[in-house]
Design a binder for this molecule. Sequence first.
Ligand SMILES: [Zn+2]
Length: 245
Amino acid sequence: MGAPDKHIRFLSESDYKQATLQIKDASHAQGVYAPRIGIPLVRRHTELEALNSPGITESFGIHEIAHSSHVDAPVRIEQTKTGKWIFKKVKAEATETRSGFLIGLPFGTGPARGRLLEEGYAEYERGLYVQQHDLIGAFTSGAPGYAGAKTSIIPLQYRYKALGEDGEPFLTFGPGAVPAAILETLIKHEPEILPILRESRRGVKGMREFPQRVNSLIPGLYSKLVHMDEGSMAKLLRTTIKQLS
Ligand SMILES: [Zn+2]
């Protein structure tokens, strides 16, 4: 068996919709990295590009490719000569699958954990890319660095947002922005955490070291990151900022 094909595919709206028909929650997302498929798929959303910049699609690719930095794919997706997207099983199903920080697939057996930490990691990398390449878009000019989320005041950087069709900024990868802001807070406090975080995607050494470094900053935090849900993550962000300030 060869190595999984992790090359990113940028698809038109219609191709993206067709390719993601069989993937839960993917059809409305900016992109998807389903571990069982093994290929990051990103939709080229022309209206969002016009409102922000073509770089916005690039940044969605960065988010999905970040997910793909740690996984073995048992299923692959391919496009046939007639344009149809098909799924190919390439390996027997494992009892428990790990995709970065996500353990146990949401559509697999058993409850998943680490989903929001995994989303946060991918969104942190996207945000970094957006900031480094100045892809934030005109809507942020003159705006403060932080903005409130819709439902409550959470300090979230504009780099986790894009300008939407209704003229309002929205969180590009939904709840992933909050755990991304937690990781950002940790890395700002201790920059050495970033290379260890990236290393933890690739090997056992990093996988052991990352939780240790996180817990050395705030005892017990790693477990909270793995088990946080959408109801608890905003509070965790606030307490993390408070404890490290
Ligand atoms: Zn994601």
